[in-house]
Design a protein around this ligand. Structure first.
Ligand SMILES: C[S@@+](CC[C@H](N)C(=O)[O-])C[C@H]1O[C@@H](n2cnc3c(N)ncnc32)[C@H](O)[C@@H]1O
Length: 278
């Protein structure tokens, strides 16, 4: 699952800028003893959309240092074994927004810095990105970001209480362009059914993509879902709101001439629905 599952990878960051010799891990030896765990949920939770691609990318010295040093304080392994208390996790009962697939985390850190009263639960399986986001958060003195390692679907399904989230962000999810892979796209009815249960009424769902057929699919499934309504009166895509910075993948898409579409939907409160705590 995570990038570091492959035991053939080096323990030391590949860049080894410090000139220290490479250390080969023994079988089963964790890559980051105090950092994120490889495949924290194991294979216990098999039936789910597989929306991410395994990526083998290198962890730099700085990222490795952040994973070792900062993970115990700001990291969270998605093991699917307990229900989270978000007020406890963030040390405050401020609103919490879940961001799925933060990549290298630059946009996440920027948004968190601009709205320090909102907790950002940022999830990805990408180890270098986790290290990068931890570094960015430390550099900006952010206390409102938690970095979660693993599959967002397990986090939502097994670990987040009902109606616990004030928002959901999915920026440039893997587009899975081939027809036979469309079932791996994250934004589909099954995922929305799950997400709806974890979002508070009124919560904003913000998606963006540079893959137009996926944008059309997002618009179609979100518009058809009874628990979400489009915040756009014309029922269409939204222009990029000012609060969303350009992301790394977006930049790559724009360089290729792709058109970017944002979608801003709201979790609807149904008349017979009670929010926990009402
Ligand atoms: C194409 S990248 C976009 C990254 C970033 N949002 C950006 O715009 O630069 C999509 C990211 O989503 C992550 N991802 C996809 N499905 C996921 C899931 N179910 N749980 C956690 N992360 C996921 C991938 O690992 C990848 O880093």
């Amino acid at each position: 699952m995570s990038d570091f599952l492959d035991s053939t990878e080096e323990t030391r960051p590949a860049s080894v800028e410090d000139g220290s010799p490479r250390h080969h891990r023994a079988k089963g030896e964790p890559r980051f003893p105090d950092g994120p765990q490889a495949d924290p949920a194991g294979s216990h939770f098999e039936r789910r959309i597989r929306s991410f691609q395994p990526r083998r990318s290198r962890v730099t010295t700085g990222q490795a240092d952040a994973l070792q040093r900062l993970w115990p304080t700001w990291g969270l392994d998605i093991d699917g074994q307990r229900t989270l208390d978000l007020a406890e996790l963030f040390g405050t009962d401020s609103p919490v927004v879940l961001e799925i697939g933060f990549g290298m985390g630059e946009a996440t850190a920027q948004m968190a810095a601009e709205d320090r009263k909102t907790g950002i639960l940022a999830v990805d399986v990408h180890t270098p990105g986790q290290g990068n986001l931890l570094n960015l958060a430390e550099r900006s003195g952010l206390t409102n970001v938690r970095v979660a390692n693993g599959d967002a679907i397990i986090l939502l399904r097994e670990m987040l209480p009902p109606a616990s989230l004030n928002g959901l962000r999915v920026y440039f999810p893997d587009p899975w362009p081939k027809k036979r892979h469309h079932k791996r796209r994250l934004i589909q009815p099954e995922f929305l059914d799950l997400a709806a249960t974890r979002l508070k009424p009124g919560a904003l769902v913000h998606c963006a993509t540079d893959w137009e057929p996926y944008a059309e699919q997002m618009l179609e499934v979100l518009s058809a879902h009874p628990d979400f309504e489009n915040t756009r009166p014309d029922g269409g895509f939204a222009p990029r709101p000012e609060f969303r910075p350009l992301t790394r993948f977006e930049g790559q898409g724009l360089d290729k001439g792709h058109v970017v579409n944002d979608l801003l939907f709201r979790r609807v409160q149904h008349r017979d629905q009670h929010t926990p705590g009402d």
